[in-house]
Design a protein around this ligand. Structure first.
Ligand SMILES: NC(=O)c1ccc[n+]([C@@H]2O[C@H](COP(=O)([O-])OP(=O)(O)OC[C@H]3O[C@@H](n4cnc5c(N)ncnc54)[C@H](O)[C@@H]3O)[C@@H](O)[C@H]2O)c1
Length: 420
């Protein structure tokens, strides 16, 4: 049996503790061994270690861990603006890296990562789990089959509900300097899955975006939900004490670093848009209309691929105030059916686990020996970089009112061979 990969987990918030701690060790312990836990907040790391069920040592100093433990692999689950520094140090210490999305938040940070990857000869994987969910995989097969002819355009609209959407405004995600905005933090998933579906690079972006619900739009504000005098009338109030997981991981540990898990969504200094639309032109000529709304009564997305011979359409329901179907239904609609059915309804069952089973399949791809990749789902640093640059261009377009070409960033971001 091949030896286990010795990995260090850096960042023990929700994502690190569950996806890359507890759940990874539960399902893939024949292939991985957790040899160190690093977090700048030792109390959160201690709580996380108990939840993970590990006895790995806890360190607060990344470099000391890299020198002393010498892991094969470092999994980076810290806030987005810190990814680059951790990734570069890990690569330079001889480890491979799995980086949580987004890869980084600026072109300069991307360049540092790409350069370190080349210098070290190690590999960076980026966690684009959406590619691994069964429905996108089926859509990708349908696109490749040529059923709808030449692709003309895509309609892609993502809805976050008042629970999930609001959560980004309670934390560091609400600040451009930390997350690059939701065009980067959240839409990196969406832009990446588009790039993967279309097998092309985005070339230019035109956007409108504004902060319309959260931040200064609120009728009142406090510092955080706990103890807030407006709690009874605030529609976005989060009772952290009612969630034992969040309470243990964030409430006492906030005493160490001042990081509240339930900061006010109406803070005046919030500076990321919550309502975004974009038009994207791809290098292969496909046009995309995209939107992201963050305070909806529903959670899920709608995507349609419009081709010369038909259309592929999906409305994926994640949460809404009516019964959720137990499967996705992809519609394959033919413009010129002839003897064939004008519409084919393709049912894809929902799988358990995070991101409709995408999280499990991603871990299989990364850790099960002999995993194959016929659909090109495994994503490296270039995919991570291009999807982030699309988000950076989108924010710049919204700010400046001009169309922005991704090529403007290719040099600064160190993308060899350019974009497109
Ligand atoms: N792929 C997905 O679907 C998915 C889902 C959720 C989160 N994420 C990503 O995972 C990452 C973490 O998200 P989260 O919600 O767990 O965040 P979080 O804020 O809850 O946790 C981050 C942790 O990192 C620690 N930290 C901060 N700076 C550090 C540093 N320099 N060195 C070491 N530790 C440091 C913090 O103390 C905290 O414990 C983000 O990049 C996010 O985008 C991805």
């Amino acid at each position: 049996m091949p030896s286990k990969r010795r990995y260090a987990l850096v960042g023990t918030g929700n994502r690190g503790t569950t996806m890359w701690g507890r759940d990874l060790l539960k399902g893939w312990s024949d292939h991985v061994d957790l040899v160190a836990i690093v977090d700048t907040n030792p109390l959160r790391a201690e709580r996380a270690r108990a939840m993970i069920g590990s006895d790995a040592p806890i360190l607060t100093d990344l470099d000391a861990m890299l020198r002393g433990v010498r892991p094969d692999l470092v999994i980076v689950c810290t806030p987005d603006d810190t990814h680059d520094t951790i990734i570069v140090r890990a690569l330079d210490a001889g480890a491979d890296v799995i980086a949580e999305k987004p890869l980084a938040t600026t072109p300069e940070k991307i360049a540092r990562i790409l350069e370190a990857e080349r210098r070290s000869g190690r590999r960076v994987d980026v966690t684009f789990n959406y590619r691994f969910a069964p429905t996108p995989a089926r859509i990708r097969e349908l696109l490749a089959s040529g059923e709808i002819g030449r692709l003309l355009s895509v309609d892609f609209h993502w809805y976050l509900d008042t629970s999930h959407g609001a959560d980004y405004f309670r934390r560091w995600h609400a600040f451009r300097a930390r997350s690059g905005s939701l065009f980067v933090h959240k839409a990196t998933h969406h832009f990446d899955v588009l790039n993967w579906y279309l097998e092309s690079d985005p070339e230019a972006v035109t956007t409108f975006a504004a902060l319309k619900v959260y931040g200064g739009n609120g009728p009142f504000r406090g510092t955080r939900c706990k103890g807030c005098p407006h709690a009874a009338r605030c529609r976005f109030h989060l009772d952290i004490g009612a969630d034992p997981f969040l309470d243990a991981l964030y409430e006492d540990p906030h005493g160490v670093d001042g990081y509240f898990r339930d900061a006010c969504v109406f803070r005046e200094d919030i500076d990321v848009p919550d309502t975004m639309v974009a038009a994207i032109r791809y290098a292969n000529g496909v046009h995309v209309s995209y939107s992201l709304n963050t305070a909806m009564p529903v959670e899920g997305h709608h995507i349609a691929f419009n081709g010369t011979r038909g259309r592929i359409e999906l409305r994926q329901y994640e949460r809404q105030p009516w019964d959720k179907p137990d499967h996705d239904e992809i519609l394959l609609v033919r413009s010129f059916p002839g003897d064939r059915e004008a519409v084919e309804r393709i049912a894809v069952p929902h799988f358990s686990g995070g991101h409709y089973g995408g999280d499990d399949r991603l871990r299989d791809m990364l850790f099960r020996p002999g995993a194959t990749d016929p659909l090109g789902q495994r994503a490296g640093s270039r995919a991570g970089a291009i999807s982030v640059l699309c988000g950076i261009a989108a924010l710049e377009s919204a700010d400046s009112g001009r169309p922005v070409r991704l090529r403007e960033y290719a040099g600064t971001a160190g993308i060899r061979g350019g974009i497109a």
